[in-house]
Design a protein around this ligand. Structure first.
Ligand SMILES: NC(=O)C1=CN([C@@H]2O[C@H](COP(=O)(O)OP(=O)(O)OC[C@H]3O[C@@H](n4cnc5c(N)ncnc54)[C@H](O)[C@@H]3O)[C@@H](O)[C@H]2O)[C@@H](O)CC1
Ligand SMILES: Nc1ncnc2c1ncn2[C@@H]1O[C@H](COP(=O)(O)OP(=O)(O)O)[C@@H](O)[C@H]1O
Ligand SMILES: [K+]
Length: 481
């Protein structure tokens, strides 16, 4: 599991540790880790050209001390100072003592083999200031290593409010920052490496699963299992207008660990023709047999209102997607008030905006504003509806009403293809039926779906939603090692 902490949490942990250690110890730990990564990235340190972009705070200090370490190993290191009058004096003195120098030639940035971005770290607010903006657009031939955070990325939210420096590698200290894991910030961070500087941190509000976590979480049948004990997932999806959504949601549900899939709706005939293993009933959830979780809404069309009402009246977990969400937005959070089992909502940003409009008297944010502030948007929705919310898009995030968030580290933008959300809904519903809680089911489903998407797009080609569904079995095998 990757753990990400807010700036406030990092500052508190740093203060506590600094009070017990000789001055400068933490910065030296950070600089040592940073220099070691840079040395690994360079074919050889001796003779390579390194440029340090140094801002006015401790982030610049880290970069200058790391530059000094590389200079001692024979690199030609020069520093471009963004605020010369407020530069970290200890760091600059160390760099000079090691043979490094200060330059004002911005062209050195473009010619460097490696650039250290020490403009701002967790003290940065807003996009890059004017003096740093040219570097965001400048040509570069070497690798850019961001110190703690790519400058211009908001460390807590991942928002990029203006210009920001795109890194190939980010070396972060003590813990991940949420903004390194959530887009758009994550897309500026490149590969993120963590350097331990000994901070004692509280529980993380934002986490990201890794393969090992999935391996321990996914349901695996045992000798005592039978199809009912493994869980039956009910899928109420598709309509005369959108029969395909039923097939896609069922395709996802068949690969989610439930022992059986029960389909209800108007596409029963098509579903059985394509997937003979599925139990089908025409009508709605109320008249269907027992299930351990419902998926309602993909391609539901006009039938979504009834399916939603019947599923929400059941005592089992319910996943609401697509047309089910449009109907829920009309009803507002009151529709979930009487639920006795958990509810999982899986909106994309457009649906999230509609849900917020249904929940508050204020005008909802536009979909692109929601996308720029994904953590806050998902948390707000989860709190308003008192439900788990999986907000889809580039970096899917899953939020609980308590504010706890899981960020999905897998996926590819090739998943932005019609119907891939239906596959995800079926998959997550199947995991719910198999007994996972809403947070685990949603985050495990997003993880597997993202892996399946990557595998389907391997080599960089377009994928279809059914291609993704077909790769889910292999995604399971990958995470289970
Ligand atoms: N506090 C500690 O114990 C440690 C801090 N470390 C480093 O220190 C960093 C935090 O240092 P600081 O608190 O000095 O803060 P920063 O160095 O991140 O930035 C603060 C300075 O940048 C300016 N600034 C803010 N936003 C800006 C923007 N958008 N564009 C340009 N300048 C901007 C501020 O006016 C201020 O002078 C961490 O990210 C990490 O790199 C590490 O050395 C590890 C130990
Ligand atoms: N830019 C992107 N990068 C990565 N994944 C994306 C991107 N855009 C969309 N996705 C993913 O693709 C899927 C699309 O789902 P959705 O919007 O519901 O489409 P549909 O309704 O057609 O099924 C979601 O899993 C979402 O997270
Ligand atoms: K930085």
């Amino acid at each position: 599991m990757r753990h990400a902490h807010t700036v406030e949490q990092v500052r508190a942990a740093e203060a506590e540790l600094m009070a017990r250690l000789p001055e400068g110890t933490l910065m030296q730990r950070a600089a040592a880790g940073l220099a070691a990564t840079c040395a690994r990235l360079l074919p050889r340190v001796y003779g390579s050209r390194v440029v340090v972009l140094a801002g006015s705070g401790d982030n610049g200090g880290d970069a200058l001390y790391a530059g000094a370490r590389l200079a001692r190993r024979g690199a030609a290191v020069s520093a471009l100072l963004l605020a010369p009058e407020r530069v970290h004096t200890g760091g600059l003195a160390a760099l000079r003592a090691a043979g490094g120098r200060v330059t004002t030639d911005q062209g050195e940035f473009s010619r460097a083999d490696l650039v250290l971005d020490g403009i701002v770290g967790i003290g940065g607010r807003g996009g890059l200031r004017p003096e740093a903006q040219p570097y965001a657009a400048a040509e570069r031939r070497g690798v850019v290593v961001a110190v703690d955070v790519p400058s211009g990325v908001d460390p807590d939210s991942g928002a990029v409010p203006g210009a920001a420096l795109r890194a190939d590698v980010t070396v972060c200290f003590g813990t991940y920052k949420p903004g390194l894991l959530v887009d758009p910030g994550a897309s500026y961070a490149g590969i993120v490496q963590l350097v331990d500087i000994g901070l004692a941190l509280p529980g993380a509000g934002v986490t990201a699963l890794q393969h090992d976590d999935l391996a321990g979480m996914l349901p695996v049948p045992t000798v005592e299992s039978d199809k009912y004990r493994r869980g039956v997932v009910g899928v109420a999806a598709g309509s005369a207008r959108y029969p395909g959504a039923a097939l896609l949601a069922v395709a996802g549900a068949l690969r989610g660990g439930a022992g059986a899939v029960r389909y209800v709706g108007t596409a029963a005939e098509e579903v059985v023709r394509r997937f003979p293993e599925v139990l089908v009933t025409e009508g709605g959830p109320a008249g269907a047999g027992r299930v351990q979780a419902w998926v309602v809404g993909p391609g539901g069309g006009d039938g979504a209102a009834r399916a939603l009402e019947e599923a929400l009246a059941s005592p089992v977990p319910v996943l609401v997607d697509a047309d089910g969400l449009t109907e829920l937005a009309r009803l507002g959070p009151a529709a979930l008030a009487g639920r006795t089992a958990p509810t999982l909502l899986t909106p994309h940003t457009g649906e999230a905006a509609r849900l917020l409009a249904g929940a508050t008297a204020q005008a909802p944010p536009a979909a692109d504003e929601l996308a720029a502030a994904r953590l806050a948007s998902a948390r707000r929705l989860a709190a308003e509806y008192r439900a788990t919310v999986l907000l889809k898009g580039s970096t899917t995030v899953v939020a609980e009403p308590t504010g706890e968030v899981r960020v999905n580290p897998t996926g590819t933008s090739w998943l932005a293809t019609a119907g891939s959300g239906d596959v995800l809904a079926g998959l997550a519903g199947s995991l719910l039926a198999a007994g996972l809680g809403t947070l685990d089911a949603a985050s495990a489903a997003a993880y597997l779906h993202g892996l399946g998407g990557r595998e389907a797009a391997a080599g960089g080609g377009p994928v279809t939603a059914l291609d993704v569904a077909a790769r889910l079995g292999s995604a399971w095998r990958v995470v289970r090692g």
